[in-house]
Design a protein around this ligand. Sequence first.
Ligand SMILES: C[S@@+](CC[C@H](N)C(=O)[O-])C[C@H]1O[C@@H](n2cnc3c(N)ncnc32)[C@H](O)[C@@H]1O
Length: 225
Amino acid sequence: MLARALGARIRPHLTAARIAPATLPGCDGLRLFLLNDDFPHDALSPDEMNWALNEPSYWMFCWASGLAQARQILAQPELVRGRTVLDFGTGSGVVAIAAALAGAAHVVACDIDPVSLESTAANAVLNGVHLDLSGDFFDLDERFDVLFAADVLYDPANRGLLPAFLDRADQVWLADSRVKGLTAPDYAKTDTVLSETRPDLNEFDEFRHVNIYHGQRSGISGHAC
Ligand SMILES: C[S@@+](CC[C@H](N)C(=O)[O-])C[C@H]1O[C@@H](n2cnc3c(N)ncnc32)[C@H](O)[C@@H]1O
């Protein structure tokens, strides 16, 4: 039912597409409604290609960075347990759902794409967790213990939000495979991990190397990991 409703969002644009539940590797059984694995990406018509490029439905995929961040959270639940969490640019909701499964006290999933929020709501039901949803970071008036943002730095405007993330949360975790050599005050790279986009987009190998950055205002002491 939920998969069919989400499928109806994309089928006018991608006629052969289906949305189906998929279990993410290395995520303790976390499942998402995603584009069917056997979708024939190389056989898109010009109209379909135009839609896919110009109005991307990011929520149809779990991006390599989101998968890496979900794994990070599930492997280190102490990062979020009992804490308030914001997932900026939630897409399918993967990171928000991982935080809820790992015991976060309250999780808000934020995305400017209203269909992404529909997909996140459906995925929360699929995983039996509760999330609050927001369509605008700047409408949020609460402060969070931890803010996550996976694969959002491709948009230069979002890079400009890095200081605002630190105004909004004590700890910030970024995961990104697209921007190389990110440097920003109060952010430091902590790791590079291998991951992959689901379903597989056959992206270049470089996009499977996800950099993890931790952000914290100078003067605030250590993070729990
Ligand atoms: C590439 S997807 C990543 C989704 C998810 N974090 C993941 O890794 O699978 C980027 C998402 O960020 C959202 N986004 C981009 N800019 C945003 C903004 N300024 N505020 C909220 N969401 C934003 C997009 O709509 C999209 O759903």
